[in-house]
Design a protein around this ligand. Structure first.
Ligand SMILES: Cc1ncc(C[n+]2csc(CCOP(=O)(O)OP(=O)(O)O)c2C)c(N)n1
Ligand SMILES: [Mg+2]
Length: 377
């Protein structure tokens, strides 16, 4: 790693030579899987490029946080997560959304504020949830991590064979709730997967100005939780690390923390860019653009004869057509009726709570058992 170019944990410096990542290997990963990783990243990149290009039309009804440059982590996640699992996202949702929900349309419609959007058009990019797909947004920074742990605990008590995932950034690690969750999840051996896209910045603050110890995995291990860090622009490594770790959580071996080191190319929010504030160096950005996750994988696939350039060109054209259609449809879709925000956010009665408690009693649930959550609630 060239000095001063990047705030990334130095664990990966031996994998960088003359500013290029040299660690990528396809060993043990079949061609179909490699292609799936590539397709996922291209879909995500082209989706975000289209959002950025159309944002100035001022028809999108929400702020958008782009994850361009970070695609390899959600690509690895997409291959490991199942429909029955729950995924809780922070504000930079597009990669996590696509990993869980796959389809463009519910996200694009949501960004345009239309009733056909994943959240009926009232949430937008940053707060999108798609309940039918067990995808939950709505908590910036670290809020979703504790909620994911609660869902993991509920599934553990009810013997539901699924996992809870939380997706977030390095800024979430500055928050108390992250460490409370790590402690509690390790203690209870929760079926929980914590996925950190460490892009080195929390808005405009670099990690080395916020944390005395940069190795987050080492700190997490001190709490008794498994933790793995990897070079987050290597999609194949991301797939390897995430699938192996998720497999262990599915076997009941307890929760895991996964950290991919990466970089966002865009500004913190919106397509306009924020490099005029000079909080990061252009040298650092250039290093990460040279090591674009899509370019790294594409070069490897072509070099190893896994794919022909024609197949890549066809894929890009197909995705473009799919996006053109989805954007055209979104603009035609109706807006929701005005909603009662108060009624959406607060329960005015608690019949559901009573119903749930009655259900627990009839299922033989006893607060005094070992598994019971200590009251009062
Ligand atoms: C408790 C709290 N503090 C600060 C903010 C403002 N804020 C929103 S996103 C963000 C940066 C988050 O950085 P990170 O978690 O690394 O995710 P990234 O945006 O880099 O993907 C900040 C500081 C907030 N929403 N909530
Ligand atoms: Mg960050």
């Amino acid at each position: 790693m060239p000095n001063g170019v990047c705030t990334m944990n130095s664990n990966f410096s031996q994998l960088i030579k003359d500013g290029r990542y040299i660690g990528m290997s396809l060993d043990g990963v079949d061609g179909d899987t490699v292609w799936q990783l590539y397709v996922f990243m291209q879909r995500l990149r082209l989706l975000e490029n289209a959002i950025a290009a159309l944002y100035s039309e001022q028809q999108m009804r929400c702020p958008v946080h782009f994850c361009d440059g970070q695609e390899a982590i959600s690509a690895g996640l997409a291959l490991a997560i199942r429909d029955s699992d729950h995924l809780f996202s922070h504000h930079r949702t597009h990669g996590f959304y696509l990993a869980k929900c796959r389809e463009f349309k519910p996200l694009i419609d949501e960004i345009y504020g239309r009733i056909s959007g994943a959240s009926g058009g009232v949430a937008g990019s940053q707060d999108i949830s798609y309940c039918e797909m067990n995808f939950h947004g709505g908590a910036i920074l670290a809020g979703s991590i504790g909620i994911a742990a609660g869902v993991a605990r509920a599934m553990q008590i009810k013997n539901i064979p699924a996992l809870a995932f939380a997706g977030f950034g390095d800024g979430a690690v500055d928050e108390g709730v992250f460490w409370e969750t790590v402690n509690y999840a390790a203690l209870q051996k929760l079926p929980l997967v914590l996925v950190c896209e460490n892009n080195g910045y929390s808005a405009f603050s670099p990690q080395n100005k916020r944390q005395a110890v940069m190795d987050i995995s080492a700190k997490v291990r001190a709490f008794g939780m498994q933790a793995h860090s990897f070079f987050g622009n290597d999609a194949v490594e991301s797939h390897r690390v995430i699938s192996q770790a998720v497999g262990a959580v599915r076997r009941g071996e307890g929760p895991v923390f996964l950290e991919g080191h990466t970089f966002r190319w865009s500004g913190h929010v919106g397509p306009e860019g924020d490099d005029q504030y000079q909080y990061r160096s252009m040298q650092e950005l250039a290093f990460w653009k040279d090591n674009c996750p899509i370019k790294l994988l594409e070069e490897k696939m072509l070099e190893e004869g896994l794919v022909k350039q024609q197949a890549i060109d066809d894929l890009v054209r197909q995705i473009g057509q799919e996006l053109d259609q989805a954007f055209a449809e979104a603009k035609q879709s109706p807006f929701p009726e005005p909603v009662d925000w108060h009624a959406m956010n607060y329960a005015t009665q608690t019949p559901k709570a009573d119903e749930l408690l009655a259900e627990e009693k009839s299922s033989g649930f006893d607060q005094n058992q070992d598994l019971a959550i200590p009251g009062p609630y």
